[in-house]
Design a protein around this ligand. Structure first.
Ligand code: SF4
Length: 172
């Protein structure tokens, strides 16, 4: 039997308690079962990999999106005013290296996160507003040729109510 392809996945989507609030955000059981059936899941939490603790202040990108952080025209701040850009950049690079080392066929990340969001992120005002854009890690993986989805995307790997969509069939 052929080896299953490796899919990088946000650790919180597996229920790992790595979020800023010390909690996970596990995927629905049916989707998780389908993912496990079709992929070898390689967990990563970019913010932890970048050296941030659990719990930590909730963070948002101020002045743009993940692309703007890489271009050094926006920064990541915690809601306590702490500048966290360096940790976010380091975590994104760690996630990329992990994806490369595992020969990952793609990445399924957590929507809305300033690291992992692939379609929309918070607007930097800490009031719950969202704007289109990628987080710092999603942007870095995308720029480096890794197919990226977040869990809100209907065309993502093993999305609910869809037949299995192998990673690589629908780039972000
Ligand atoms: S950085 Fe990504 S994996 Fe880590 S808690 Fe945030 S959304 Fe989850």
């Amino acid at each position: 039997m052929a080896e299953k392809p490796v899919l990088l996945i946000s650790a919180c989507l597996l229920g790992q308690k790595v979020r800023y609030d010390g909690k996970g955000q596990i995927l629905p059981a049916a989707r998780l079962a389908a993912l496990n059936a079709h992929y070898t899941l390689q967990a990563v939490c970019p913010e932890c990999a970048g050296g941030l603790p659990v719990p930590r202040p909730p963070a948002e990108i101020v002045g743009g999106d993940g692309a703007a952080v890489w271009e050094r025209v926006a920064q990541v701040f915690g809601n306590d005013g702490t500048e966290m850009s360096a940790a976010f950049l380091a975590g994104a690079e760690a996630a990329l290296q992990l994806a490369k080392a595992a020969d990952a066929c793609g990445a399924l990340l957590k929507s809305g996160s300033p690291s992992c969001g692939n379609t929309r992120i918070h607007d930097g005002r800490f009031t719950g507003g969202m704007v289109p854009g990628r987080g710092v890690t999603a942007e870095w993986l995308h720029r480096n040729g890794i197919a990226v989805w977040d869990d809100s995307q209907a065309d993502g790997p093993c999305a609910i109510d869809k037949t299995i969509s192998p990673a690589g069939s629908a780039a972000s």
